[in-house]
Design a protein around this ligand. Sequence first.
Ligand code: SF4
Length: 326
Amino acid sequence: MQKSQRVQAQKQLLDWYEIHGRKDLPWRDASDVYHVYVSEVMLQQTQVKRVLEEYYFQFLEKFPSFLALAQAPLEEVFGMWSGLGYYRRAKNLHESAKLCVDAFPRDLKSLQKLPGIGRYTASAICSFGYHQSVSVVDTNIARVLARFFGEEDAKEAHLWELADEFLNSSNPTSHNLALMDLGAMVCLPKNPACEKCPFVASCQGSSEPDKYYKTQKKNYENKKLHFGICERNGKIAMNRSGEGMYKDMLELPNIASTCQEENLLGTFPHAVTKYRLEVNIYKVDFIAEDVLWIALDSLHGAGISSMTKKALKLYNSVKPKLCSRN
Ligand code: SF4
């Protein structure tokens, strides 16, 4: 691309952003890099609306700084993350805060040494938090670049090169945010609204956008899970998960090998990452293994997954019937 074309496209992009960009998102004018970091971690796997309405402000109110987060017990951090999913993110955030209480890194290389921070998150922190002249490539930006430059099946490394080449060094933060918004609002995976795009006249992929970005089909795996609920004196038996995506969180005992059909309280579907789960909940009178006894009414706001929340909701809904039967 010639310099004059690039400069024109950069200007068109910023003009579009000025009118249509999501500039009111609170983390976009955050002066504290901690806020940018928290928002980036939350947004890694969760939609903007959900983060904005249910988690971002609540989390910052509870843990307003790296120091506050570092000093909090992991259980409390999980509690504020409860329902957001991908709990490893909360653990990484907590660990990073503990490592960086005195000073949070300011460069790409050092940031990527922190747990859970890859190239994208590091560059987003440098660009949005420190306003450095670095390019950013997330899935939305990758799609815009691939189409705009007419790059079929472009490898990730090449997309970063294109992003570097296209970066507007006189206003890199707004440039990156504009590309991100363009991908999220106009250059959609399916049926991009090219007629609303500032690049429509120069985009190499606008005539055949699907050719330059193929939506990958997700392969889901079906699984059945069996959990037991054993209640004694207002407390229920729980375990601390030792592995997987719920590592260190409280969960109901897995009773797959001992469950009995006649004790089934109910079943619900649950989707998490690549799994489509059928979750079966049973009433259990005796738990042989070593468990933690947790007061039922203290579980609201505790570090439990949304799957466990659903299981407890199911239990609470059938409990009156169980009591009247006894
Ligand atoms: S013109 Fe169409 S395909 Fe090209 S960047 Fe804009 S929305 Fe995407």
